[in-house]
Design a protein around this ligand. Sequence first.
Ligand code: NAD
Length: 353
Amino acid sequence: MQTQVRLFERIENEGYEQVVFCHDRKVGLKAIVSIHDSTLGPGTGGCRLYPYTDETAAVEDVLRLSKGMTYKAAISGLKLGGAKAVIIADPKTQKTPELLHRFGEFVESLGGRYITAKDVGITGADLMQVRERTRHILGIEGLPGSSGDPSPLTAWGVYNGMKAAARHVWGDASLKGKRIAVQGLGYVSYSLVKYLVEEGAQVVGADVDAAARSQREFGIEIVKPEEILAQACDILSPNALGSIINATTIPAIKAKIVAGAANNQLATDADGFELMRRGIVYAPDYAINAGGLINIYHEREGYDAARAYDHVAGIYRTIEEVLARADKENMPPHRIADRIAEERGCRSATTSC
Ligand code: NAD
């Protein structure tokens, strides 16, 4: 009872519109859909399937992620709201067609207020199952008119945002000769490293288990995962985990710029202030990593890859605007990004996301 009261307080304070608990004992579905804000358009965001051991953690995740989607859509100028879904399940043992169908039925029952897509734990094939029960779905790879794998577009956006940050710091957008430390060498980094190497950057990377491909294909230097954040470098690009910019890691960072695709890079609001105090320029995560969302947005108007790439390249201007205003208003970029998103019409929340 006490938890429920706090949950309503939280939802009210941070402006969530609707949080739906979807349950079906027969198929073992436990899902939560959070629609944070649909002022600018239907709440859109992927579905994450994860074996949360703690239900509170699942609620926390869906609330935080859906709010992030509101700000990501708004700062990118998209007519979309922010939403997200989580399914509490073990992907190895509990992900059945019946469970995915039932989830699709719940999405359909929301009448288009929530549009689902892929996230951690959900494959393209899973999304096809969900699609058998709902029309409110985007980003299915392999279907005619689909936008396909978002990772290359996310990387394209990060690359462009990184160039804007470089211009802000060094007066030149070129990354040639810059030493760039890349944490995580998964899907996004694969395309990102390609762009960076092509431009003549000196890339050093680390991954807990997938370093070999980038090393083999691009010949980049590889260091141990625990050494990447403290690399002597110009730019640090976090592309693995959230909360990696924190009170413990910040003192070790030698880069002048932090620009990467990982969501929720700052562990706390204070960490954004600390980066600013140290003269490290932070390209806000949800602004620089919006390429995937911009990409699926184009499915709504008839997908055209060239148009999507052009649109994503506009992340350069977004980061340029954020950093210029951050300097002018003497505020950290993550706060300025929130402000710009709110000025573009998403309802402001009382706390920063
Ligand atoms: P991914 O899972 O393919 O890659 C992440 C990589 O990080 C993996 O290879 C993993 O082994 C590695 N990793 C995990 N812990 C690590 C550690 N401690 N040190 C070094 N490496 C570590 O994911 P992705 O699709 O490339 O996405 C990368 C990040 O960008 C994620 O945080 C994701 O949430 C975010 N993101 C991705 C997209 C997209 O379009 N894929 C869009 C927006 C945001």
